[in-house]
Structure formats: structure tokens, C-alpha cells
Design a binder for this molecule. Structure first.
Ligand SMILES: [Ca+2]
Length: 228
């Protein structure tokens, strides 16, 4: 076993169902803008063009993930958050995918558009009072009664017209969701949102395998992502 561990690459360590061909394809996919695996340094981005995070407030800590094959996850305490400076990346199509365990309310991921001057002006995935939300600028989709304290795979896509939300493979969509309106100062956040110039809605729970693409992934592709 030791020889296997020593031989594996950083990305594959601990993933015994790891398919190197799939990983190579993912590492070469230019539409993958961000990919946080939370193995090793929790601020490290594994996307083809990496944009490492900084801690906005407290740093998250490492904890167990949804499956042993996913290694470690990032644990958010309610006052920790990660900021990724991708202000120059302004995709007009989006896919977000991640594993989430909610212990209390909070934002899983958020891409504010006018976070310095406004609220409810983000592409955001969050939970509040047992309801999960996928919203653009305050409009979007909800799912009630998602169990707390358990891991779920969540994905959302936006093609410029239709917003989708998928939780554990059950998909809903909304046409004419809110509009994307990028501003200069806004970053991307994991574990909180930014409204009126301050970080808000901090997550209490855990997050793993955050992927952010500038295209809409098909349902089969999202199933492949979930299975990795
Ligand atoms: Ca992980």
C-alpha cells in the first residue's frame, strides 16, 4: 500500500477508484475555471489555470468528506470563508457543482455582481431554515426538507435564460431567472456571500469538490462529475 501511496499524484492520493484518463481530460478542460478539491492546502485551485483562494476572515479546516474516495473536505465554522479573485472571468454560461453538508444556514458558493454596493445581487447557492436555494439576483429555485448533517451533491447551470438546480440528481429549472450583471470589484466566494462591502451569510457545515465552469454541462456530464 505504501508504494501505491507514494506513487500516486497529489490529485489522486487517497482516491482508489481514481481514473487517470478522466483526471487528464478534466485537467485539460479549459471550461473548468475553478476546481477546489480541498486536498492538502485548502486554498489551492486544481483548475487548468489555477486561481488560488485567500481566507476571508477565518480559514476553513480539513475534515472528512462525503466518501473516502473524495479525501478531505473544507469545514466552515460560521465565521470562515474563502475568496477567489476571478473578477476578470465573467462567464455568460455557468455550471456549479459541489458536495455540501449543511449543519446550519449559510452560503455554499456565491459570485456577487455588485457586492460592494448591493445585497441580493449574486449567483448564489445557500440554505436557510431547512430550505436550499439557487438564485441569481434574488430569483431562482428552492428545495424544502433537504436533511441537515448529511452530504448531498448539488449542481446548478445557467445558459443565459434558464437556471437549473439539481440536488442528489433531482433537477428543477426556471426560465427567466434573474440576470447576470458583472461589476469590477466582485470576487467568488466559498462559504459566504458579499453584500454591501462585507462578507455575510457564513456557512456552518462542510463543502468539497467545488467546480465552476463557463459552459452548461449536460446531465450525463454532471453524473460523471458526481461519480468522481
Ligand atoms: Ca476532497
Amino acid at each position: 500500500m505504501r508504494a501505491v501511496v507514494l506513487a500516486c499524484s497529489l490529485a489522486s492520493c487517497g482516491r482508489f477508484d481514481f481514473d487517470p484518463r478522466a483526471a487528464d481530460a478534466e485537467a485539460a478542460d479549459p471550461s473548468l475555471l475553478l476546481h477546489f478539491t480541498f486536498e492538502g492546502a485548502l486554498t489551492a485551485d486544481s483548475a487548468p489555470v489555477p486561481h488560488d483562494a485567500t481566507c476571508a476572515g477565518e480559514c476553513p479546516t480539513a475534515g472528512p468528506s462525503a466518501h473516502a474516495s473524495l479525501g478531505t473536505a473544507a469545514e466552515f465554522s460560521g465565521s470562515s470563508c474563502l475568496r477567489i479573485d476571478i473578477q476578470t472571468l465573467r462567464p455568460q454560461e455557468i455550471t456549479l457543482a459541489l458536495w455540501v453538508r449543511v449543519d446550519q444556514n449559510g452560503n455554499f458558493v456565491a459570485r456577487p455582481f455588485h457586492g460592494e454596493t448591493a445585497s441580493t445581487n449574486s449567483y448564489e447557492l445557500y440554505a436557510q431554515s431547512g430550505i436550499w436555494y439557487t438564485e441569481i439576483a434574488g430569483k431562482g429555485l428552492t428545495r424544502s426538507n433537504v436533511p441537515m448533517g448529511e452530504w448531498h451533491f448539488m449542481a446548478s447551470t445557467w445558459d443565459g435564460m434558464t437556471l437549473t438546480q439539481s440536488i442528489d440528481g433531482v433537477r428543477e429549472e426556471k426560465v427567466d431567472a434573474g440576470a447576470i450583471s458583472y461589476a469590477d470589484a466582485d470576487a467568488f466566494y466559498i462559504g459566504c456571500d458579499r453584500d454591501n462591502g462585507v462578507e455575510v451569510d457564513h456557512m456552518t457545515g462542510a463543502i468539497d469538490e467545488v467546480r465552476f465552469y463557463d459552459r452548461v454541462l449536460a446531465a450525463e456530464e454532471l453524473s460523471d462529475v458526481e461519480a468522481r
